[in-house]
Design a protein around this ligand. Structure first.
Ligand code: AMP
Ligand code: GLY
Length: 436
């Protein structure tokens, strides 16, 4: 069996690692991959957003399953094109990927179907958006409608900050077409969690939950990033809350997408805010039964670095589950998980998420990977002609450890981090603080 994974990050390394370990013994290809992925898959030099080249390659290679990692090719219709060419693919159609590709689409769907999310308005016109901000007051959240690589959200603590964000998106055009519209929504206070479910169009199968750390620096300070670390399980996601998220958010979304003629297939990643005290969020919210989960956003793919800890904890074979999603047979699948916790520490290039310098050498990765329970996932690495591993992007490595508890996993992960010789990199030292 031939499997092609699309993408080049830590998420894709974790997916390739898990798929390569399948008892089915598939041949794994990855486009474009990275230096870590190259140790267990054949890397193909096609960019993850080059839809025509990916389709041509998958057809020519007679790939049995394509697993799409990142959101951009999903929103651009890669899965539709693969299916039109007669291939099997894991991931949503372009129409279903609008759950991530347009925040306004997602909010309207929630409104039509009674799915709990922050009250909001949608605006193309800057004057109307500014007036809405002034009547609502702060704190308030301003979001570019389209894909903005995690940079399109401003949590504004003052009205002035929100007005500046509106101008940035609608007037200055900072996000181009992705910012032709803004969603402005009420600020929710609580604890965030990353919730995942496989969905085959009708049936949803929850995976374990995780928490990530979006801010660049210790103490959840500094600018927003793609994620500086993650751990699972997430103590906030009790079994009761998991059942509520499935009943109040995930299943209604799956039914709504099917009813509207755009069934969702793939992995649905709900960014949740668990609101414990509605007083924290001001009068914008009704007084719910607490703690209540609210949907902040949908992603239509695995999280990065959440995927790294999920794959570390997954005991079952991933491959049949992904095939079952494509074939609408998810009801036949059950997944086993290790009781062990997992924790991932991201090493990023100095300067990330701002300006970075690429091309620095990383040493002693083998020593790090030799720490018991540790897997070093690569995110942005490349091997040079002499076999050295070079950093070629912002988030570069995801040092991921298992352990009996989050605390044990964290101890192992930092032991491995400290063996890596990469002066040009940095990481947070407090990943998992809520759980430890
Ligand atoms: P996103 O890029 O959509 O994941 O949003 C980035 C971050 O903004 C989220 O992880 C939250 O921390 C924060 N955020 C988004 N929406 C809200 C909201 N309505 N209330 C409070 N924080 C929010
Ligand atoms: N870590 C958050 C994301 O993948 O969007």
């Amino acid at each position: 069996m031939k499997v092609l994974v699309v993408g080049s990050g830590g998420r894709e390394h974790a997916l390739c690692w898990k798929l390569a370990a399948s008892p089915v013994r598939p041949t794994v290809f990855c486009a474009p991959g990275n230096a870590g992925i190259a140790t267990l898959a054949t890397c193909v030099p096609i960019k993850a957003d080059d839809v025509p080249a990916l389709v041509d390659y998958a057809v020519a290679t007679a790939v049995d399953l394509v697993v799409v990692g990142p959101e951009a090719p999903l929103v651009a219709g890669l899965v539709d094109r693969l299916q039109a060419a007669g291939l099997k693919a894991f991931g949503p159609s372009a129409a279903a990927a609008r759950l991530e590709g347009s925040k306004g689409f997602m909010k309207d769907l929630c409104a039509r179907h009674g799915i709990p999310t922050a009250p909001y308005g949608r605006f193309h016109d800057a004057a109307q958006a500014r007036a809405f901000v002034r009547t609502q007051g702060a704190p308030i959240v301003v979001k570019a409608d389209g894909l903005a690589a995690g940079k399109g959200v401003t949590v504004a603590l003052t009205v002035d900050e929100a007005l500046a964000a509106v101008d940035d998106v609608l007037v200055a055009g900072r996000f181009g077409a992705a910012g032709a519209e803004v969603v402005i929504e009420a600020f929710l206070a609580g604890e965030e969690a990353s919730f995942f479910a496989l969905v085959d169009g009708e049936t949803a199968l929850p995976l374990v939950a995780a928490q990530d750390h979006k801010r660049a620096f210790d103490g959840d300070s500094g600018p927003n990033t793609g994620g500086m670390g993650a751990y699972s399980p997430a103590p906030v996601m009790t079994p009761e809350l998991t059942a509520r998220v499935m009943a109040e958010i995930i299943r209604p979304t799956v039914r709504a997408m099917a009813a509207e003629g755009t069934p969702f297939k793939g992995v649905l990643f709900a960014g949740l805010m668990i609101v414990a005290d509605p007083g924290d969020s001001g009068p914008a919210l009704p007084k719910p039964d607490l703690p209540k989960p609210y949907l902040l956003e949908y992603n239509v793919r695995f999280g990065d670095p959440e995927c790294q800890v999920l794959m570390k904890r997954l005991r079952s074979d991933l491959l049949p589950a992904l095939e079952a999603v494509h074939e609408g047979r998810l009801g036949e699948i059950s997944l086993d998980w290790h009781d062990d916790a997992a924790l991932c520490v991201v090493l990023a290039a100095a300067g990330y998420p701002g300006e970075i310098i690429t091309g620095s050498e990383i040493r002693d990765l083998e020593a790090a990977g030799a720490v018991p329970g540790v897997t070093v996932f690569h995110a942005a690495t490349q091997r040079d002609g002499e076999g050295r591993v070079l950093a070629v992007g912002g988030r570069v490595l995801g040092v991921t450890a298992g352990g009996a508890t989050v605390a044990e996993a964290r101890g192992r992960a930092y032991l491995a981090v400290d063996r890596i010789d990469w002066p040009e990199g940095f990481c947070r030292r407090d990943i998992g603080w809520r759980a430890v």
